[in-house]
Design a protein around this ligand. Structure first.
Ligand code: ZN
Length: 408
């Protein structure tokens, strides 16, 4: 692997090398469980004695437990290892209309979840969120909790922890992390919703080997998470990926960001409702986006036309993404994917029309259910620091971990 960014490079101490190897082994157990120590050594390229030392430490730390015993035709039976599903993670998906809190195990299996309306005042919302999280933790007292992961509908500055840009949330700049850490006594990790969906794809989904991927979340707004060269792009003050607020038509409708004619204004769920109302006589508080999908299922011509206009706008905006980032895959997260059979080909055709060289990127719906992608991503957000960078370590890169220079 070429190493260009030397500012993030340091000489590896023996402790750094140990930590890398530990992450590699833990990640292999996660992906291939149940797995024997012999197979761990074979796949990782590490010596068996090193694998034994690391797995003993992981068992002591309660990350790993003995799993089912393998049945071999002859000889001794190896003891298999798996992740300890008594390790839990608390996660929340903060949206403009409601907040979902949930408990997941280390394999991303959800054990319970609940939702409540998002308060207009961030202080009230944080107090309520803290109380719900404490209650969930108490009702799962058999779990060892690793931390709290939260998906936010906007961008936050990783230096100040302030939510700096969340036009659909209508909150003033606000530090969500520290008050929540005080309220719960646990570490809180925040992530932009679209970035969380990138993590869900890379960690739990079908994108394990993809190095250049863009996730587009379509809900009240349009968010973009950029995974480039195997890393999440963040940019200055965490603002990378705001394609949703690039004006495509400066004379278009007003946007919540203060601009006009942004991609979001033409491609979001709210845009589809606006298209519907332009043609129908329904009351202004008429159908919700879910209703629009049901109407389309029932063959309602106006609903179908509104969704098709939305799909064209989604695809046309993706041309910016394709021209700027040349991803291998574009993954769409949102309820709109429930109509993928009808709308997918429209989006694909718009993207293909903009392809400059070779085949256009694959465009597909997310692996997880629209409602679950953000929550799954926040599970990965909390876990990833134990499993190596982005949890993306392949056996080939596992061997690269023994090199002298490593990314800090
Ligand atoms: Zn905008």
């Amino acid at each position: 692997m070429r190493q260009i960014d030397f500012t993030n490079t340091q000489v590896a101490s023996s402790e750094t090398a140990r930590n890398i190897n530990r992450g590699v082994v833990l990640n292999l157990i996660r992906k291939r469980q149940p797995i024997s120590r012999a197979d761990l050594a074979r796949v990782s390229g590490l010596q068996r004695s090193t694998v034994s030392l690391i797995t003993e430490q992981l068992i002591r730390e309660k990350w790993v437990v003995y799993g089912p015993t393998g049945r071999l035709p002859r000889g001794r039976r190896p003891t298999f290892l798996r992740l300890n599903d008594r390790r839990g993670i608390l996660v929340a998906d903060l949206r403009p209309s409601e907040i979902t809190v949930a408990v997941a195990d280390v394999n991303g299996k959800f054990l319970s979840h609940q939702a409540f309306p998002t308060a207009a005042d961030p202080q009230v919302a944080v107090a309520e969120l803290g109380a719900r999280i404490r209650h969930l933790r108490e009702s799962h007292s058999d779990l060892i909790f690793e931390g709290i992961g939260i998906s936010v509908p906007g961008r936050f500055d990783p230096v100040t922890n302030q939510i700096v840009f969340a036009p659909n949330l209508h909150w003033p700049p606000f530090n969500l992390k520290e008050p929540l850490e005080r309220a719960t006594g646990m570490r809180v990790d925040l992530e932009n919703a679209a970035n969380a969906c990138v993590l869900a794809e890379v960690w739990f989904g079908r994108a394990e080997k993809v190095r250049d991927l863009v996730v587009v979340t379509i809900s009240e707004g349009v968010g973009t998470g950029v995974f480039t060269n195997g890393q999440l792009a963040r940019g200055r003050t965490g603002m990378a990926g705001e394609f949703g607020h690039v004006p495509l038509d400066p004379s278009g409708p007003k946007c919540t960001c203060g601009g006009r004619g942004c991609w979001e204004v033409f491609a979001s769920n709210r845009a589809a409702l606006r298209y519907y109302h332009e043609e129908s006589s329904a009351a202004p508080d008429g159908p919700t986006f879910q209703d629009l999908l049901s109407l389309a299922d029932a063959g309602d011509a106006l609903a179908l036309r509104a969704l098709e206009r939305m799909a064209h706008a989604i695809g046309r905006g993706m041309r910016m993404v394709v021209a700027g980032l040349a991803p291998e895959e574009i993954v769409i997260v949102g309820d709109v994917t429930r109509q993928w059979k009808r709308l997918g080909p429209i989006i694909e055709a718009e993207v293909a029309a903009a392809s400059l060289v070779g085949n256009p990127p694959r465009v597909r719906p997310a692996a997880a259910e629209p409602g679950m992608a953000r929550l799954r991503g926040t599970v990965a957000l909390v876990l990833q620091k134990h499993f190596g960078p982005s949890g993306h370590t392949s056996p080939g890169r596992a061997r690269a971990g023994k090199r002298v220079h490593v990314r800090a």
